[in-house]
Ligand binder design. Sequence first.
Ligand code: RB5
Length: 153
Amino acid sequence: MIALACDHGGFALMQAVKKHLDELGLPWHDFGTWSEDSCDYPDYAAPAARAVASGECDRGILICGTGIGIAIAANKIRGIRAATCSDCFSAEATRRHNDANMLAMGARVLGEGLALKIVDIFLTTPFEGGRHQRRIDKISALESASGEEALLD
Ligand code: RB5
C-alpha cells in the first residue's frame, strides 16, 4: 500500500501518479489534498507519514510545488526518511543507500514523464544494506535524546 499526499501545487501531478499506480496494479491510499484550493502541506504530509511509519503503508509519495516543504514536514515523523528527488540517479541512490521510505517531488520542478520514471525507480530499487544499514541506524538514533548522546560519545 502506497501512501499519497500533496498540496494544491502537487494536486495535478498526483492525479497522474495515481493513474500510473493503477496501471501498475499498485494499491494506494490518498491522504489528500483533494483539490487545487490553497492549503498547508504539513496537514497532509503528517497523516501519510504516520501511515508509513506505523507500517500501515509500505512506502509514500509526496508532491508539493518544490517537493521540499512536504519532505521537511514528513521527516518530522519518527521513522520517516523522505527524500526529495528531481532526477533518476538520486531516486535510485536514496533507495540503495538511505532506504528512503517516502519519495517527495516538486510539481513545479518536474515534467510528468520524468516524475513517473522517478516513481518507478523509487518503487523498484532495493536497499543495499551492509554499511548503509549502520548509517540508517545512526539516523534513527538521532530521533531519541539518549541515542543522540550515545553518538556523541
Ligand atoms: C505552495 O505555494 C508551495 O510553497 C508548496 O507547494 C511547496 O513548494 C513548499 O515547499
